[in-house]
Structure formats: structure tokens, C-alpha cells
Design a protein around this ligand. Structure first.
Ligand code: GLU
Length: 300
């Protein structure tokens, strides 16, 4: 079939667009990390009847809520599955339950809906750069922490005026964060309400910074590091963390046995080196020094 001139141009443009998209996605997939070696799936599992562990083992699948747009922690890859440190933590838990990685189903879980997806039984666990705090504990239970981040600020690479949270108000900076996140709340101490810009996901904040709609983005340092890496030199980290953000794994409120099971799994992964391998294959690409697993909180 002969293509008309216009169709040929359209086809060429579409092909070019495809190449561009593929390149962009390729970079993005790399930024999530390649994924650690698949953890060994437990075989002779014996779980007490009636426990969440027994139910999940029996079901043979694990439903995980995570982020899809956060390089290094949870970034959707070309195959549709997310990659990153949070995803590796989910795989370690699944493996201990006797569930292989390819039997995990992922649901994109932006900050604001994390408690809801647990309460509404849409997922079994949420691993999503999820800070443990008392307000959230009223609705859900946290296992962990498995990592400790800190809130920080990201600005354009040539910005010299924003050097810490206390410089945000005097410079009149418009600051972007995400609805339902702890950083959005904390910003109220440092920024006039009219200058706080909230989206549902952090990738939109990165777009707003690139477009000059805001002068700063504020959230956890490790999330910002992923966005900075993806920006190819356009953004930088202020690098003055001003909060503590211990990351937990969200589960159904009051499921103490499952919480303790997850904490034991984390501890074993730390001892075996699987925790470090998970870091090295993901966030470690940008932050080479692997963290030590923080001491677990009591489950309640
Ligand atoms: N760790 C913070 C929180 O749980 C910020 C990161 C996020 O929104 O995922 O709110």
C-alpha cells in the first residue's frame, strides 16, 4: 500500500516519538534500579491456621500498594511492574510467605490513599516511602521501620537563594509537595499557605519545577535524589534534612502477628545480606552507602 505524503510524515513522526518514548522509559527503568537477585522463595512454610501469613500463602499471591513514579523506590518499568527499593522489600516479604515475585500484583498508591487501600482491603501491604506516625496508626498498623529518610528541598541547579527551610518564606518561594504527605504538613511551618502547591504525585512537582511554576519541591531526601538523578543536571538537593521519616510497611490495623512476621523477615534479610543487596540494586545506584536496618518498633 502506498502512503500519502501526509500519512508518511505522520508515520515518521510517530516512529520518532516511539523512539523518544522508548529512550525516556529506558532511562526511567534504569533509575528504578535493575532489581536485586530474586530472593529465595520459602518452600517448607508452616503458618498457624487463620493467620494472614497462612491466608496469603494459601492464596499464592501478594497484593502490594506502592509508588509508580518515584525513581529508586518505586518506578513503573517497561514491563508494567515497578522497580525500586520498596519493591525489593515487598519481594522479600512475599518470598518468606512462599510467594514468588511474579505472583505479586502492584497497585499504584499515591500518598493520600495509602491508609484507604489498606482499610478497604484493596492491597495486603503498602510499601510506599510511608512514614510511620501516630495519625496514620489510628487507621492501620506499621511493621518496620526498614529505612529512615529526612525531609529536604530540591531546587533548580542554578538556585543560590534557597539554602534551607527557613529561606523559603523570605524568598517568597512557591513550594510543591504532595497531598496527604508528612512533608506537605511540615511545610505549613515554613511557607505561607498561598505558596504551597500540592499535587497527587511527586513527578508532577518535578514538572512544575522544570516549568518554573514553583521554585522548590520538598519531600524526603531519597525521593528527591531520584528526581534529581532523572533531571540530568537540572535540579539539585539543598541537603539540609529537617525531619525524621522512618519508613514502615502498612498493614491492617491490629494484625500484630503479621507485623511481627514482617519484622522478623526484615531482620533475617539484614543478617543474610538480602537487605543490602536490595539497596545496592536500587537506591544504592545513587546513594552507594547502604543503610543499616533500623531497630523495629513494637507491633501494635
Ligand atoms: N515519607 C513521607 C510520607 O509518608 C513523604 C513521602 C511520600 O509522600 O510518599 O508522607
Amino acid at each position: 500500500m502506498r502512503l500519502s505524503h501526509v500519512t508518511r510524515i505522520a508515520a515518521a513522526t510517530a516512529a520518532a516519538a516511539l523512539v523518544l518514548t522508548a529512550t525516556a522509559c529506558g532511562n526511567q527503568a534504569e533509575l528504578g534500579g535493575s532489581g536485586a537477585p530474586a530472593p529465595t522463595v520459602a518452600e517448607d512454610t508452616e503458618f498457624e491456621a487463620g493467620t494472614t501469613m497462612a491466608e496469603l500463602n494459601e492464596a499464592g499471591t501478594l497484593r502490594v500498594g506502592t509508588k509508580f513514579d518515584q525513581p529508586l523506590f518505586g518506578l513503573k518499568g517497561l514491563d508494567g511492574n515497578p522497580v525500586g527499593f520498596d519493591v525489593e522489600i515487598a519481594k522479600l516479604i512475599a518470598a518468606k510467605l512462599g510467594i514468588p515475585a511474579d505472583k505479586i500484583t502492584y497497585t499504584e498508591t499515591p500518598s493520600r490513599i495509602r491508609e484507604d487501600v489498606i482499610v478497604n482491603d484493596q492491597v495486603d501491604i503498602v510499601v510506599a516511602t510511608y512514614t510511620i506516625n501516630d495519625a496514620r496508626k489510628e487507621k492501620i498498623t506499621f511493621a518496620g521501620p526498614y529505612y529512615q529518610a529526612g525531609q529536604d528541598i530540591m531546587v533548580a541547579a542554578d538556585n543560590t537563594t534557597i539554602t534551607g527551610p527557613e529561606t523559603l518564606k523570605p524568598t517568597g518561594a512557591r513550594v510543591c509537595s504532595v497531598t496527604g504527605s508528612t512533608p506537605a504538613k511540615k511545610l505549613e511551618e515554613y511557607v505561607d499557605p498561598a505558596n504551597i502547591v500540592l499535587f497527587d504525585v511527586y513527578s508532577k512537582c518535578a514538572d512544575a519545577l522544570r516549568n518554573g511554576q514553583v521554585e522548590a519541591v520538598s519531600t524526603d531526601n531519597v525521593i528527591l535524589l531520584g528526581l534529581i538523578e532523572a533531571s540530568q543536571g537540572a535540579f539539585k538537593l539543598v541537603d539540609k534534612p529537617f525531619t525524621e521519616e522512618p519508613y514502615g510497611i502498612g498493614i491492617t490495623k491490629g494484625d500484630v502477628q503479621f507485623c511481627e512476621f514482617i519484622n522478623t523477615t526484615l531482620q533475617e534479610a539484614s543478617t543474610s545480606g538480602a537487605y543490602k543487596a536490595a539497596w545496592d540494586a536500587t537506591a544504592g545506584k545513587v546513594q552507594p552507602e547502604a543503610p543499616t536496618l533500623p531497630t523495629a518498633d513494637a507491633c501494635s
